[in-house]
Write a protein that binds this ligand. Sequence first.
Ligand SMILES: [Zn+2]
Length: 272
Amino acid sequence: MTMLHRQKWARKFINAPGAILVASMAWIVAAQAADCPRKGTLGTSRILRVDAAATPRVGLKNFSQTLPLADHEVVLTFDDGPWPPTTPRVLAALAHECVHATFFLIGKPASEHPDLVRRIAAEGHTIGNHTWLHRSLMQIKPSETTDEIDHGIAAVEMALHGVATSTPSTPFFRFPGFETTPATLDLLQSRGIVVFGADLWASDWNPMTPKQELKRLIDRLKIARRGIILLHDPKAHTAAMLPAFLRYLRDNDYRVVHLVPAAPSAGFDGVP
Ligand SMILES: [Zn+2]
């Protein structure tokens, strides 16, 4: 690097204090995640490869089948991000406890916040798809449903890899509001994309305090004892509740399972 280049490089960063702050925050979280597993943290207990051929649709709230989870095994899933005010708080809570989750991202915010999409992937989480605008696929014309699905996938792929393809790196999909139709289910199955429902949720789309949400989630988990848990990272009460919930999991011998595709494509950004 020449002196001139060094000066230009320095000026670029002096002119962008926000960029330095964001970069250093990302470094701190990355360093923390790199320390995993750490003694005393919850930790990810195992990786489960999910194959559309074996389990095309999962989640007992919606389908007759779910993932092969043992007693006290849970999968953490977050819908509707990325959302800059709250998604980083969720990421920090997950990194603090050394656990990995799956994020079902909406295409439009993904296209508006590609750095945050890349950060989710860089921190080892799995990224699934949740349409372009989160419209109900039962309420729009069949001719528009494929575009709503594909546009969402393309936005996430563009953020992750700079390529607007409708073939997802991670073939995981969740319908907005779980509003499926036979035609859309068939479409996704024909493309080898796993459709995710859920086994339990906190109903965090309703207004509630973090304390209320924590109690509701724990009460439901005590009954279910395992399963795919649905939460929403854009919800401030969920972001506030999450550290206490992860501590509850740790203190009560629950184990977090991290989902990855059965056959990762070249573009897959999750854990190896
Ligand atoms: Zn949603």
